[in-house]
Every structure is written in C-alpha cells, then in structure tokens.
Design a protein around this ligand. Structure first.
Ligand code: IPE
Ligand code: IPE
Ligand code: MG
Length: 254
C-alpha cells in the first residue's frame, strides 16, 4: 500500500519534475509513521513583505492544506501540527483573535476536503479554553471525521508539553493511582494510543522545542529548515523525509 502510494504520486502529471525527482528518491518502506511540525515563521514571512503578521498566518493555511494532503497520499499515519501554544496567549489580543478566526474558518472550509481524503481530525492541548466559535467548529469536525480511517491529523491548540504532563499526572491521581510509571503516565497523555513522532520538523530556523510534545519527542529525529511555514510545500516535506531516511536511529543502543 505504501509503495503504491509513492508510485501513485509519481504518476501525478502536474507535479514539476524537481518534485518528482525528490519523490522518486523516497523509500516508501521507511516513511515516518508520525510527523510532528512546529509551523513557525508566519510573522517574519509577512514582515519581510511589509505586511501585517496576520497575512503570514493566513498564507500558512495553504501550507497546512498541502502538507495534510501529501501526508495522507504518502500513507503517513499521524501528522501533528503545533497551531497555537499555551504561551501564544501572551501575544497582542488582535493577533490571538485573528488566529482564532482563521482556525474557525479553516475548519469550516476544510471539512469537505478532510472527508474526501478520509482524514480523521483530533486535537490535543487545553482546547476547551478556546473561544466558543473555534471550539464549536473543532467539536463539529472532530465528530464528523471520527470514523475516517486515513491520516490522523492532530492539531495542538492551547497546547504546552509541561501542562500536558501535569494534566496527565492529575488524571492518574484522580483515577486513584498513588504512583505512575512510563506506561501508565503515557496512557494519561493527550496522545494516548498514538505512536511517538518519528520526525519533528520545525520551519523558520529556530533550534528549539518551544514546549511541544516534551514527553513524546524523547527519541524523535529533529529536522530544522530555514524555510518559513508559509513557503513550506511538498518539495520541502520530501526533503525532510529524505533527510530522515538517511539518519541512523539508535535509541540509546549501538
Ligand atoms: C507561527 O508563526 C504561528 C504561531 C505561533 C501561531 P509565528 O507567528 O510564530 O511567526 P514568527 O515566528 O513570529 O515569524
Ligand atoms: C511555537 O512557535 C508555537 C507554534 C508554532 C504554534 P513560537 O513562535 O510561539 O515559539 P517561540 O516563541 O519562537 O519559541
Ligand atoms: Mg514564531
């Protein structure tokens, strides 16, 4: 199925040849099961163009669309996108409001495409604290796509890795546990049931995790590109996959 997914993509006539060349080099049997992305650099992308930051966020939606489709077509099982961190509330109110509106619009507009591509939407983070419009859309799309069996698209919203671990501990305590171990704590995390990310991509060059998936990234391969998120497209994703496939993962062994 995986091998044929790459083969099918290769037959896409409209793809430019440079993109096809990259795709051809990907080993369909060595794809990451779970890709996590810190979608960074929207504001700087806009600033370079003398545009307000929100234009960068809006432009980033095309990147989301393309990466979601590509991951689904390649047969990647899980894609987790860092869309709004627990610390992002500290930004100016107008930017936060614009981000929430964009999220709401994206969910509303994207539902038919997600359905068509069998994408199952999930969310992690304390997303119950989002403004009601965005929260309602999120609930609606999660429910509507819950039976889809294609790519699991997880949006990290009002997400913080430390908060997630604290919430998991509290959940364990509430269930009567007096001690936790790696397995029982993992079960209390938002990402319960999903494999840990094999590959973390961060766009726009910063060499940091910014409180993303602190527990789950323990042995994840990290790929940082200078490309800002609004410019990230299939060829950038393919390059990240090729880089990943050249890595030797040792997990502490030899
Ligand atoms: C990422 O882009 C989007 C969010 C954090 C919501 P930024 O808004 O962080 O853009 P830069 O990093 O300031 O360029
Ligand atoms: C991380 O980006 C959060 C998201 C991409 C949603 P930030 O732009 O908030 O991270 P810092 O502030 O550069 O660490
Ligand atoms: Mg940033």
């Amino acid at each position: 199925m995986r091998a044929s997914a790459v083969a099918t993509l290769l037959t896409m006539r409209s793809a430019p040849s440079a993109e096809q060349d990259l795709l051809q080099q990907i080993n369909a049997d060595k794809l990451p099961k779970h890709i996590a992305i810190i979608m960074d650099g929207n504001g700087r992308w806009a600033k370079q163009r003398h545009l307000p930051r929100v234009f960068g966020h809006r432009a980033g939606i095309s990147s989301v669309r393309e990466v979601v489709r590509a991951c689904g077509q390649l047969g990647v099982k899980v894609l987790t996108l860092y869309a709004f961190s627990a610390e992002n509330w500290s930004r100016p109110g107008a930017e936060v409001a614009a981000l929430m509106r964009l999220l709401e619009d994206y969910l509303q507009r994207e539902l038919p495409d997600l359905q068509k591509n069998h994408v199952q939407l999930r969310a992690i983070g304390r997303w119950d604290a989002l403004p009601s419009g965005a929260r309602r859309q999120l609930e609606r799309v999660i429910e509507a796509t819950s039976k889809n069996r294609g790519l699991i698209l997880t949006l990290a919203l009002n997400y913080g890795g430390r908060q997630e671990i604290v919430d998991a501990c509290n959940r364990a305590l509430k269930s009567g546990a007096r001690q936790v171990n790696e397995e029982s704590l993992s079960r209390c995390l938002n990402t319960h049931g999903l494999p840990d990310p094999d590959l973390l991509i961060r766009t726009s060059g910063e060499m940091r995790i910014s409180n993303f998936l602190l527990w789950q990234l323990a042995y994840t391969e990290i790929y940082v590109t200078d490309t800002p998120w609004p410019e990230f497209r299939r060829p950038h994703l393919y390059r990240a996959l090729l880089d990943f496939q050249r890595r030797e993962r040792r997990f502490g062994g030899l």
